[in-house]
Design a protein around this ligand. Structure first.
Ligand code: FAD
Ligand code: SF4
Length: 516
């Protein structure tokens, strides 16, 4: 086997033809390396849809690379001699091709970056890790911004990004006179529910995807979730169509109903482009530009466009910055000392709490839930129940098809579980069942009553909310944004508090957990 100059490593979430990894690529001397490995599907028990999406998108990308005449070593999962992990497969490739240098773009996971560094050190081969220009904000740029601040807040980061990248600006000022239209993004559907929302464009599985689906079912049949509804874009061309479909049909309604939830309506006005973005099939600059254009051509209102752009240019970049600034320590943080195991119903949806049954059921069926379902239904329950944040993290990383650790971990551990003590969010997202009742129709189909904290029909969210405040009141009182919520405890009599603590204990003791 002829030695190669550069071995260009392309991971499953780096499917970008414009990637910095290909800069200076010489077809005569360099070799691209990609590998499907079982270890990446099993290190957390991944939803079948997540496994299938990565494999199918990788195979399509490989086909495109080959069509351009690029030399490629592609290791298939089903190959008899597949070694099962990225580290063992890459070591074998290094031994086979004896490269002078390993070239990669910054991986999406700390663990994978460490693996690359270790392998390079062991084999004494030069490793060149290139900045990921998919993102608006580079890792060192975020670190420098964070260093200058006592407290990190997304809103200020987002304004900097708007200014730097000249997004929704008019003579240097924000279009519409303010940076943020969040207060207009919290509408619910009222009793009549959502009407006439065009569902996301579907992409029927082609031959490559068909093969992947069969292989995933055969090999990972006991993993959670279903493949029945696999209709995701798996190429850059299809991802563009998915984006265009969202801009045309759902962006105008995105703002007002961003936080709303409804039974049997998983997608509502959401874009469903997170996976295409995270696999780098779609460039965030294109997404932001398309949304901005929709505003300027009068197709979508400012509150919708600003709200959407804030998610991409603000939150998505901010969470990546947090991840790389605080890893690996971030994973071990547990500010609220939460030690419970994850309830078993997170894996099968078998619970009498209708909001959780709906959200988890839909997650198993589609590998998808929108932000508020993740934050204020599953995430909220785990927070109030007191689940160990690492267990919560493993669940989110496994169960959503768009999960890559740099984006999943800060959202889960930081935003939803407050395990970082306030680095990511200024306060815990704690609420009673009444929040869910206001934002959805879930409670109408539930045996519990969201307003009851004790008694036969007490909503477990409401019981656990008051119990959460009681357990953490000392710590929470120090947080000015929580003080008012905590002061409401004064409204409860000592007997009521006792009753709540006892009811919460019963919920914890009788909920089957740790079984998966
Ligand atoms: P839309 O609602 O249409 O939003 C548009 C885009 O904005 C998304 O595609 C996404 O790229 C971006 N975005 C929105 N909110 C966030 C956010 N908080 N952080 C980063 N980007 C954001 N997103 C992931 O991509 N992968 C994850 O693994 C993931 N895990 C999450 C775990 C928890 C506990 C929570 C609360 C949120 C998580 N998110 C994650 C963020 C968000 O929920 C998803 O990006 C969104 O629901 C994807 O659906 P969509 O494409 O329809 O998004
Ligand atoms: Fe969920 Fe409580 Fe509403 Fe039932 S009553 S759907 S458990 S919030």
């Amino acid at each position: 086997m002829q030695r190669c100059r550069n071995l260009i490593v392309v991971f499953g979430d780096q499917l970008d033809h414009q990637s910095a990894a290909f800069q200076g690529f010489d077809q005569a001397r360099d070799l691209i390396w990609m590998a499907e490995v079982a270890g990446e599907a099993t290190h957390v028990r991944s939803h079948k849809m997540r496994i299938a999406l990565f494999l199918s998108a990788m195979r399509h990308f490989a086909t495109e690379l080959k069509a351009k005449g690029n030399p490629l070593e592609y290791r298939k999962l089903d190959a008899k001699d597949n070694l099962g992990t990225l580290a063992t497969e890459l070591s074998a490739a290094v031994a086979k091709f004896g490269p002078e240098r390993i070239v990669a773009v910054e991986p999406g996971e700390f663990r994978v970056e460490q693996m690359l560094k270790q392998l390079a050190a062991e084999t004494r081969i030069t490793l060149e890790i290139r900045a990921d220009r998919h993102f608006f904000c580079q890792r060192d740029e975020f670190a420098a911004w964070a260093k200058e601040r006592r407290e990190l807040r997304m809103e200020f980061f987002y304004r900097e990004m708007r200014k730097k990248h000249r997004v929704l600006l008019e003579n240097g000022d924000p279009v519409g006179g303010k940076w943020n239209f969040d207060s207009e993004n919290r509408g619910s559907f009222g009793k009549s529910g959502p009407r006439d929302i065009r569902p996301p464009r579907q992409f029927a599985p082609d031959e490559i995807t068909g093969e992947v689906l069969a292989s995933v079912e055969a090999r990972f049949g006991d993993h959670p979730g279903s493949l029945e509804h696999f209709d995701l874009p798996v190429t850059a061309a299809d991802a563009e169509l998915a984006l265009a479909d969202f801009i045309e049909h759902r962006l105008p309604g995105f703002g007002a109903f961003q936080d709303a939830m409804w039974t049997g309506e998983p997608f509502l006005f959401h874009s469903r482009i997170s996976a295409a973005l995270n696999l780098k099939l779609l460039n965030p600059r294109r997404v932001v530009a398309a949304a901005e254009k929709a505003y300027f051509r009068g197709h979508a209102p400012l509150a919708a466009v600003e709200g959407f752009i804030r998610q991409i240019l603000g939150w998505r970049e901010y969470v990546r910055g947090i991840y790389w600034a605080y890893m690996p320590g971030y994973l071990a943080m547990n500010a609220l000392e939460a030690r419970e195991s994850l309830p078993d119903f997170f894996w099968d949806g078998k619970t009498e709490m209708n909001c959780l049954r709906e959200t988890i059921g839909q997650t198993l069926e589609y590998g998808y839930a929108h932000h508020i379902q993740r934050l204020m239904v599953t995430g909220l329950f785990a927070l109030l129940f007191g689940v160990d944040p690492v267990e919560v993290h493993h669940w989110y990383l496994a169960i959503y098809y768009d999960a890559v650790e740099w984006v999943e971990l800060p959202n889960t551990a930081g935003m939803s579980q407050f395990s970082d003590g306030g680095i990511m969010a200024s306060k815990p997202y704690a609420a009673t069942g009444k929040y869910i009742s206001r934002m959805s129709n879930y409670c109408a189909g539930c045996k519990y009553k969201p307003e009851d904290s004790t008694g036969e029909k007490a909503c477990p969210f409401t019981t656990l909310y008051w119990d959460f405040l009681l357990r953490h009141q000392e710590r929470l009182l120090k947080n000015p944004r929580m003080a008012m919520q905590v002061r409401n405890l004064a409204r409860l009599s000592p007997d009521k508090k006792k009753e709540i603590r006892a009811a919460a204990l019963r919920i914890r003791e009788t909920t089957p957990k740790g079984g998966y």
